[in-house]
Write a protein that binds this ligand. Structure first.
Ligand code: NAP
Length: 433
């Protein structure tokens, strides 16, 4: 029997567990360790609450979780409760599937002013992640700036623009819903440091903006290259750029505007004690498509800045780390003897949820080759239980999570699948502990 610990229970973790089951059959015991008492990582806390069809992928992970050789070990932190070296003693292989939940820092003067928040915090707030549920972002000014031209920037702009009715059927947390309904924000400036041909937004997500109840997207066609150049783009990108161009002919008769500002590089945040404006420098593209400043600046009046410029994997003491790329140092998923990484912790924060599947299968192949079935002798989960018990740590099992899930469903507002608990204490209290 082989014993594998997967740290993190998001998409990358579950796809890897699924792959290990396929390879080993009954000859493996997998523990999925998560610092939260609830599983699914990015699916629960990152995917937008109004994108329930994407969130439905959790049903696939649930199937894996309910098989006898997979165990969810929630409420156990790597570092405070158990170390990676200790896990390596207990398990044949340890696979880090910790994602990239930290924001890449916005490295400009004034970025520490109140009202400047990273997307991890902002997205975590409306999704009820315990680390960010108390964020209370300032929504009391007419302007908001969203920095970045990726899908996360789109999520944030859309959430800021939606009406209460448009959140029907979503699992946005009640506190965020109330705050957004009372929001004074009327113009959402989406700032890209390069041009429309360099966006990282996918067509489906971009197309949604044309159909919002109370908001309309706006572009300036002067920012676009000649239309004939769109033919050179790959099909998905061409479709996205077509959506952007079409925004120019939408009637501007709605209360809110999502204003796409290209060639716009934030250089400074200003305000007395809190954000009042973002100073932006106009850019141009170099031949190799990098952005460089032109020296011309202008001010965007705003009381909230959400920086959506990418994520980083939190380092773990003793595990080699690539600081420039914000991920574990690894060779195709191998960090060292018996230590692996998958998903965003391996590749950095790129790709869709589905990208993690082949990634997890590839690393599972490597684990299988290094630790063939029928070998072993490690203590595995029983050893972990002994160690946690001695430290007074009471893990949350999958059946416990199912009770938390049922309690969340029971207190949901009408039409919503759940009303999430937003603190670890509330989650544990739902178990009667
Ligand atoms: P992303 O796609 O890498 O986009 C990051 C954006 O930030 C880029 O436009 C980048 O511009 C810009 N940027 C980076 N550093 C900057 C700086 N210092 N100043 C100004 N702008 C800066 O990252 P993401 O939006 O966080 O998304 C992460 C991954 O999750 C992506 O693969 C995304 O597709 C995926 N995702 C998918 C969905 C969905 O399918 N519905 C939803 C959310 C996220 P440059 O291009 O100039 O570097």
């Amino acid at each position: 029997m082989r014993h594998v610990a997967i740290v993190g229970s998001g998409p990358a973790g579950y796809y890897t567990a699924e792959a290990l089951q396929k390879l080993y059959g009954d000859e493996v015991q997998i523990d999925m360790i998560d610092r939260l008492p609830v599983p699914y990582g990015l699916i629960r806390s990152g995917v937008a609450p109004d994108h329930q069809s994407i969130k439905a992928v959790y049903k696939r992970y649930e199937k894996v979780a309910l098989t006898p050789n997979v165990r969810f070990v929630g409420n156990v932190g790597i570092g405070p409760d158990v170390g990676v070296e200790e896990l390596k003693e207990l398990y044949d292989a340890v696979i880090l599937a910790t994602g990239a939940p930290n924001d890449r820092p916005l490295d400009i003067p004034g970025a520490d002013l109140a009202g400047v928040v990273g997307s991890a915090a902002f997205v975590g707030w409306y999704n009820g992640h315990p680390d960010f549920a108390g964020l209370d972002p300032p929504l009391d000014s007419a302007g908001a700036a969203v920095i970045g031209n990726g899908n996360v920037a789109l999520d944030v702009a859309r959430i800021l623009a939606k009406t209460r009715a448009e959140f029907a059927g979503s699992d946005i947390v009640g506190r965020a819903l109330e705050a957004l309904e009372a929001s004074a924000i009327r113009t959402i400036h989406v700032l890209g440091r390069r041009g429309p041909h360099q966006i990282a937004m996918t067509p489906k997500e971009l197309g949604e903006l044309a159909h919002l109840e109370a908001a309309v997207p706006r572009v300036d066609l002067a920012d676009f290259p000649p239309e004939a150049d769109d033919a050179l783009l790959e099909p998905g990108m061409r479709k996205s750029v077509t959506h952007l161009r079409d925004f120019a002919s939408l009637p501007g008769d709605k209360a809110k505007v999502i204003d796409f500002d290209f060639f716009a590089m934030p250089v400074r945040v200003e305000g007395e004690g809190r954000v009042e404006r973002l100073i932006v420098e106009r850019t141009r593209l170099t031949e190799d498509l990098r952005s460089v400043g032109t020296g011309e600046t202008y001010a965007v009046e705003c009381g909230l800045v959400v920086s959506c410029i990418g994520y980083q994997t939190p380092p773990i003491e003793g595990v080699p780390y690539e600081h420039g790329r914000g991920r574990f140092a690894n060779a195709e998923g191998v960090i060292g003897d018996g230590l692996y990484c998958v998903g965003w912790a391996r590749r950095g924060p790129t790709g869709t949820i589905g990208t993690n599947r082949p990634d997890g299968f590839e690393v599972a192949d490597k684990v299988f080759a290094a630790f063939p079935p029928k070998g072993g002798g490690k203590a595995g989960g029983a050893g972990l239980d002994t160690l946690l018990h001695a430290r007074g740590v009471e893990p949350v099992a999958f059946r416990d999570w199912q009770r938390i899930e049922a309690a969340e469903a029971a207190r949901a507002r009408e039409g919503s699948p759940r009303e999430k608990f937003t603190s670890i204490a509330e989650m544990i209290a739902a178990l009667g502990r």
